[in-house]
Design a protein around this ligand. Structure first.
Ligand code: E4P
Length: 216
């Protein structure tokens, strides 16, 4: 499964990329606001660091506006993926982008039928938000299973990019279901690599190695 970092924080993106497990990056207007950066300025900087797809989200909500913004974003770097909201105007724009060879990530997906329409429009990625569904006492991973099944049934090319990931269990389940990718906050990427038994086991090994330092 491909791992994307869900962040607009260049320092943490660099740290995550240095681990060697990051295949791409996703941003959104809220993540940009958190770091106080402008999309057009930040995206080329992220593209210098991340060797893979980098999602940049439009803020227009009408088809013409989405097309204008998306075309400008796509010109920033060859790895830019234009992130489009899953609304009717967004679907119209995705179809045009698809014909123009501009990659898209259709975001804010919360139902299997939304995902089906995004695939029919020619989306490169669909982003179902599992954490936000879980927050409403719905089952985010059930949505992933439904989308993967529908896409398999009809051989849709759109890749399932699990989003709004909150914990390592989301990542494990996304991989078990066979989602193509997950976009994960840096805090959760670090959790993926850690286990308390690894830490206590390592501490014991290091202590024993020290005790045995004088051995022949
Ligand atoms: C992904 O593309 C979204 O930007 C992100 O995963 C949303 O996550 P949140 O629900 O934690 O804000």
């Amino acid at each position: 499964m491909q791992i994307f970092i869900d962040s607009a924080d260049l320092a943490e993106i660099k740290e995550a990329v240095a681990i060697g497990v990051v295949d791409g990056c996703t941003t959104n207007p809220s993540l940009l606001a958190k770091v106080g950066r402008k999309l057009e300025a930040l995206i080329p900087e992220i593209c210098e660091v991340v060797n893979g797809p980098v999602s940049a989200e439009v803020v227009a909500t009408d088809c013409d506006g989405i097309l204008k913004e998306g075309r400008a974003l796509a010109k920033l770097h060859k790895n830019v993926v234009v992130k489009v909201p899953l609304i009717v105007e967004g679907l119209k724009a995705v179809r045009v982008f698809s014909k123009e060879g501009i990659k898209t990530n259709v975001t804010l997906c919360f139902s299997p039928t939304q995902a089906m329409l995004a695939a029919k429009a020619g989306a490169t990625y669909i982003s179902p938000f599992v954490g936000r569904l879980d927050d409403l006492a719905q089952d985010g991973m059930e949505l992933i299973q439904q989308i993967v099944t529908i896409y398999d049934n009809y051989d849709y090319d759109t890749q399932v990019l699990v989003a709004s990931v909150r914990n390592p269990v989301h990542v494990t389940n996304a991989a078990l279901i066979g989602a193509h990718c997950a976009t994960i906050p840096f805090s959760v990427i670090k959790q993926l690599a850690s286990h308390p038994l690894t830490d206590s086991g390592l501490a014991k090994f290091l202590a024993d190695a020290k005790k045995n330092a004088g051995a022949v």
